[in-house]
Ligand binder design. Sequence first.
Ligand code: MN
Ligand code: MN
Length: 463
Amino acid sequence: MSEEMKLRKEKLFSKAKNGYDRISEQDLAAMEAYCTLYRDFIDQGKTERECALRAMQLAEERGFVPYRRGMELKAGDKVYISNRGKSVLLAVMGRKSLSEGAHIAAAHIDAPRLDLKPMPLYEDSELTYLKTHYYGGIRKYQWVTIPLELRGAIALKDGTVVHVVLGEGNEPKFVINDLLPHLGAEQGKKPLNEAISGETLNILLGSHPVGESGESDRVKLHVLEKLNEKYGITEEDFISAELEAVPAAMSCDIGLDASLIGAYGHDDRVCGYAALQALFDIDVPEHTAVCVLADKEEIGSMGVTGMQSAAFDTFMHDLCDGQGVLLRECFENSFCLSADVTAAYDPNFAEVYEKRNSARINYGLGLCKYTGARGKSGASDATAETVAFVRRVLDDADVIWQMAELGKVDAGGGGTVAQFMANRNIATLDAGVPVLSMHAPFETVSKLDCYMTYKGCKAIYEA
Ligand code: MN
Ligand code: MN
């Protein structure tokens, strides 16, 4: 290539480069340290309740205090509230009035899983099982024949809440069985999405009968006795419980070069942790910085702990009241980074991606102007001006980032909390870590992209 052509191209062409060709030595070292902390967070947080609890513990260690309505706040003050233990809102008060808007990063801490039904326990053929009802978009065939844990909460009639963790560490785990190939000929002819039906996702809980031969439900009695011993519960208490079966695997480095992280629940704890840690690491910001760790995104952000709930508006309203500012004025001047994962280009399934517009592993934080399906249905399509603002902020802070679409136009689609923030009259842009095998029991992300998402959230808070 002639030198002249090279210069002409350099001047005009966009220059997408692998993050490893751009990252500084200093950032490389910081990336490893950051990813170690992130792995610790997801290993401790396998449910939204556990993530919320851990986030609040970390926040208190860094000087955040629970927000009380009417509290007087000044620049630099750090507060948080728990929404029913399943979602957390945190803020660092800025130098400017809230009338000039807040800078928000909103991620979700719920993840696809198998919830227990309200009446889950039964015995069949002297084996005891738990019935499940899947939560979020799962590929059911991925959840059989892998070790599972049971985690969650049981609320007793007297108001006490029992926290349940079964199957952690060296404890016995649980499993959903699948058909052997020898007898699987008919099942094998079914489409992938139909081969395992929702009603066969039954968790094996035990096989050891107690009492006299000839009695019924002897295995069920045995497991209930064990549960009663450990948690003081009876079968009725499942009715007011939120118990989730989650993969028993712990996070680990992936690849001989240890450049990736494999774990359950990267979607979207990988952005949730980035948004949280970035909030911890900022100085007193110009605009009030707000981190949202939402629940229920995987089922449409519904319910009292989802992003559609007025809990967020109430918190922001209270902060605004403290400054005599109208909430609507705050919202119209705010910016929200809807921090959620996107699909990483997977060369094994090239047919569903449009390579020029797909997020690539190690190309950094993936910005999505819009999500949605087909003709952008259900998308919060950020304005060009909003995207330009984020480009500028990220470039000024040396954040490695890329543009991303989920996949080919007609191949499918997805959504995030972006539309619910935008509906509040808050300028919003989707951005997050590209994920391989999204929504699988074990997802893969790159360390470089994780770290750049942290840097991106920090830059937004500080903008
Ligand atoms: Mn997500
Ligand atoms: Mn998801």
